[in-house]
Design a protein around this ligand. Structure first.
Ligand code: PMP
Ligand code: GLN
Length: 388
């Protein structure tokens, strides 16, 4: 095979994702998995039944239409109207993807040229770095710093160069739980317009906002025409395994993203699309109860982690809590997470893997709270034995 590395150099060093690595560690050690963000309880029974029905009735068992089934595209457009007052044409302005992951990949691959720069909040969700690299572009971090993890908007301005092609914004933000406020959204929009930048917004945690409200950037004046909005059914309906995501944007942007999507998965799994169409039309109570339930779990885990001696950063959104392990006398999140299963039977994620700037993220560790109360309680009592 010669001396040439097998792996494309753009993916060098990207190995196994931290989520897969840590979930495997949890399984191997029988630990409580507060690492990878997936719920331990499935979403609404009627939504699960809708998938079974579609499958039995032979709806979606053969290749569904490339842009997604019309029922789901209509439901996505209705959802954007109902929650944000945003009007999208289901035929030309909505694209169904294999999870938000594919929407991110297709958008970046379709919109970027080699040499382009992409500004994104650091810590980055892991697939951003990989997809920017696969597109031959360069990531430019806007580091969110402790204690508040809010973006420095002057710094954002200073990072923009003639090569900047797009801003990749994630709000609510994984892993810090930051939710951009109105001033921050307005400042980002102003910079995007002033410098004629495209914007991709990853809003998969749109229904998990505990402080303030989620406002899509696309709803700000001058933003609809330059914004690719991305979301997914995985988080909102607790079916992360179904991998149904979507893009809403102008016809030109959707057609551009679709061009790449066609050659990634061609289409996404059919029967689940019918079920997600039903899920998006659930009454407001569903969304309110889901949020209230997760808020309670957030407080349960945050209190427990504080009592165990962690430095706790209270998230405004998502189902993750970022902690600092320095108060426990620890420095290195990777070392801490690798040994946590043997020390107390819990798995977490070292945030440093989401940083280029590794010194900034070294002592930060993320825990998820999308688990049953008794699981969170047991995890907390195990973690409280750490310092003993
Ligand atoms: N973006 C963020 C910020 C995420 O946390 C996740 C995790 N699931 C995704 C995208 C991917 O979503 P999906 O599972 O729908 O591909
Ligand atoms: N989004 C989830 C997390 O951040 C996991 C998704 C994945 O495994 N790629 O934990």
């Amino acid at each position: 095979m010669g001396a040439r590395p097998l792996l494309n150099r753009r993916l060098a060093g990207m190995g196994t994702t931290i989520f897969a690595e840590m979930s495997a560690l949890a399984t191997a050690t029988g630990s409580i998995n507060l690492g990878q963000g997936f719920p331990d309880t499935d979403g609404p029974e009627e939504v699960r039944e809708a998938a079974v029905r579609a499958l039995r009735e032979g709806r979606g068992n053969q290749y569904p239409p490339g842009p997604g089934i019309p029922e789901l595209r209509a439901a996505i457009a209705e959802h954007q109207q109902r929650f944000y007052g945003l009007t999208y044409d289901p035929d030309t302005e909505v694209l169904v993807t294999a999870g938000a992951t594919e929407a991110i990949a297709a958008s970046l691959l379709a919109l970027l040229e080699p040499g382009d720069e992409v500004i994104a909040f650091e810590p980055f969700y892991d697939s951003y770095a990989a997809c920017i690299a696969m597109a031959g572009a360069t990531r430019v971090p806007l580091t969110l710093r402790q204690p508040e993890f809010r973006p420095d908007l002057d710094e954002l301005r200073s990072l923009i160069t003639p090569r900047t092609r797009l801003l990749l914004i994630n709000t609510p933000h994984n892993p810090t739980g930051l939710v951009l406020n109105d001033d921050e959204l307005a400042a980002i929009a102003q910079l995007a317009i002033e410098h004629d930048l495209l914007v991709i917004t990853d809003e998969v945690y749109e229904h998990l906002v505990f402080t303030g409200t989620h406002h899509p950037l696309a709803a700000l004046p001058g933003m609809r025409e330059r914004t690719v909005s991305i979301s997914s059914a995985g988080k909102t309906f607790s079916f992360t395994g179904w991998k149904v995501g979507w893009v809403t944007a102008t016809p030109e942007l959707v057609a551009t993203v679709r061009t790449a999507k066609q050659y990634l998965t061609y289409v996404s799994a059919g029967p689940f699309q019918y079920a997600v169409a039903d899920a998006l039309r659930l009454p407001d109570d569903y969304f309110a109860d889901f949020r209230a339930d997760l808020l309670r779990k957030r407080d349960l885990l945050a209190d427990g982690l504080s009592a165990a001696g962690f430095g706790v950063h209270q998230p405004e959104g998502t189902y993750f809590i970022t902690t600092d392990i320095t108060p426990l006398g620890e420095k290195d999140g990777i070392e801490f997470c690798r040994t946590l299963p043997e020390r107390c039977g819990v798995v977490a994620i070292p945030n440093v893997v989401f940083y280029d700037n590794t010194e900034v993220g070294r002592s930060l560790v993320r825990f998820t709270f999308c688990k049953k109360d008794e699981v969170l309680q047991e995890a907390v009592s195990r973690l409280q034995r750490l310092g003993a």
